[in-house]
Design a protein. Sequence first.
Length: 367
Amino acid sequence: MEMKQQTLGTDIAIVLGTRPEIIKMSPVIRALERAGAPFFVLHTGQHYSYDLDRVFFEELELPCARYNLEVGSGSHGEQTGRMLIAVEEVFAKEHPALVLVEGDTNSVLAGALAATKLHINVGHVEAGLRSYDRQMPEEINRVLTDHCSDYLFAPTENARRILLGEGVPDEKIYVTGNTIVDAVFQNLEIARSDAASDVTALGLEPKEYFLVTLHRQENVDSRSRFAAILEGLDRIATQFGLPVVYPIHPRSRKMMMQFDLRATNLRIIEPLSFLGFLQLESNARLILTDSGGVQEESCILGVPCITLRDNTERPETLEVGANILAGAQPDRIVTGTGLMLQRRNDWTNPFGDGTAGEKIVKTVIEA
Ligand code: UD1
Ligand code: UDP
């Protein structure tokens, strides 16, 4: 189908759809507001449950999305395809001057692809991350998004080197730090001063519990892998005698029920708000996770991390000594826990100084 060349408007479109995108785009949105730059939020509706979506808009005081496409859940092709159709309709109506996406979800790919096909410039926040594991849907999304973007906001020099190695021209790459540092710095004090502490409410003692998140498709959609990780977590609860708290992602809850898996030694709770989760993270003795954002946050907060995956696109966390990979083997989870409990948490945060949002906005406004 032929697309007419459109005259572009002045608004920047922020396309987002899931929990980490809302959190990591919040510093960019704040910086746009401060700069008085016209923008609007286009929510794909990939995440829609209150505690994966609305709660973050409320807590971070973000402007409501001008559009919510209510795409919901589905297979990759179905979900991404529905987004692509609906995002294109919005862009054709709004003619945004630029589209900003953050991360590696299906919403990111749909937003970037729809914009590129309409000759609208795309800025990719968190560009240049690679796990080199093409089985992960996120890896495909980030490679494709990077290669159709016009502004690549790399969080670290390492990410820049990866992009250069793939032939991305240097003039398209901006090393800004990761916006998660901004989000943590902007919210940690508020989280700490929150009288209704989630740590206390859960009956936990600071530094006397382990915190877990686990939701990645390759972990929880495989019965054997999910069961092995739960066994490892169950064993650390017994062996180290500390509560293991797991705010569970709805995907994982659904798969646990479907596979009829149990984890009697874990404290499974509902997903938390960002402030609540930050409190739990900063007070945890150790974090075990397969989340990208949580690997970064533990590193920023000085809490040792065990990544329940065979690889990571955040190698900086391994290099500074904040994180180790344990895969899905119970023995490695147990030994890794013993090892990380000994680790001195005096590493330097490799993800920037908390001004990534400002730098990104300055770049796109001056362009
Ligand atoms: C998606 C991203 C993943 C990211 C995660 C953040 C892709 C390919 N995956 O994974 O990279 O780490 O978001 O949390 O884009 N569900 C609900 N309520 C919701 C949303 C989902 O109950 O609001 C349940 C549904 O059963 C759904 C399942 O979770 O089928 C998976 O949701 P989906 O958005 O497809 O993937 P995530 O696992 O959330
Ligand atoms: N998070 C949250 N509540 C929770 C679990 C996580 O607010 O119960 C936040 C966490 O602080 C981080 C983000 O969600 O900023 C990570 O999102 P997720 O793990 O879903 O996705 P990923 O980062 O793996 O793409």
